[in-house]
Design a binder for this molecule. Sequence first.
Ligand code: HPA
Ligand code: ZN
Length: 350
Amino acid sequence: MSDSVLDFALRAPKAELHMHIEGSLEPELAFALAQRNGIDFPFASVDALRAAYDFSNLQSFLDLYYACADVLRTEQDFHDLMLAYLRRAHADGVVRAEVMFDPQTHTARGIPMQVVFDGFLAGIAAGEKEYGISTGLILCFLRHLSEDECLATLEEAKPFMQHVLAFGLDSSEVGHPPSKFVRLYAACRALGKPVVAHAGEEGPPAFITEALDLLKVNRIDHGVRSVDDPAVLERVARERVPLTVCPLSNVRLCVFDDMRQHSLPKLLAAGACVTINSDDPAYFGGYLGDNIRAVQAAFNFDRTVWYQLARNSIDASFASTADKARWLATLDASLCAPGAASDSNGPLDE
Ligand code: HPA
Ligand code: ZN
């Protein structure tokens, strides 16, 4: 019965490694914050805003995403946004969240870096206390800006380095290759932090190669277009480069026509270290659990696949070795939990 496979997938302890906190801003919260901050929000209602979530590509989404982020003004706003996400993530079995944020989206509007960090850190502390969820911040640079602007942002963020888990690169991929940010990434790595980058979402497989060779990334965000070049796919699998795949995002942004066309099964068949993530859950049809449900509806994976996906997410996280061992032990125990062996849909039952 694939229902129990789905239950297992939803309940299994797992890490979410690719989620933009600004992309978890639900329309209801956006309206509440606009009202709280006295902002004249350019949408008539929550329904009117939701109706605008009809994207043809990445840029059509980003335009709305940056416009909505304007309601985030105070430390309390950033706190509320973070805590709302962590509540949802916890409900989907997330024990570790590595959360992306775009400081330039806020500092460009005159919001001090300190306000952004203080708000997010307060939300993370509350999430840890209420849900026991372990959270780290991935500071992302906007790749449509110049490398010098990104280097200036890195300088501005230096006083907060103890609160930064890793660095990332997001926004418009086409026209902004990884090769544009070689100096920036060298400076980030010199700080002793891991680095990730979006590559191979809308951009070609060559951008994945650039991110690996020039930016020396530890993970690739998306990477779903690696299947377009067998040599890139083979390399990603051989080197066990984690790919933070976001299925609902890829369908909503028309990277694939529908879920059944998604490259996920090909990535798994090639032996790639795939993880499942929600990207911008408020805009793309849901949180991690919704992504899992949509993938299962399309591909009906067995429990070994879901076990491997959860295991990959923990292995690929930047958490401590001790934390990873603890979560992996819980994951292994969940395989043997009552009910877990009651379906005949996976080799683990044999
Ligand atoms: N791709 C690139 N940049 C982003 C995304 C995405 O899916 N979401 C937020 N910033
Ligand atoms: Zn993303």
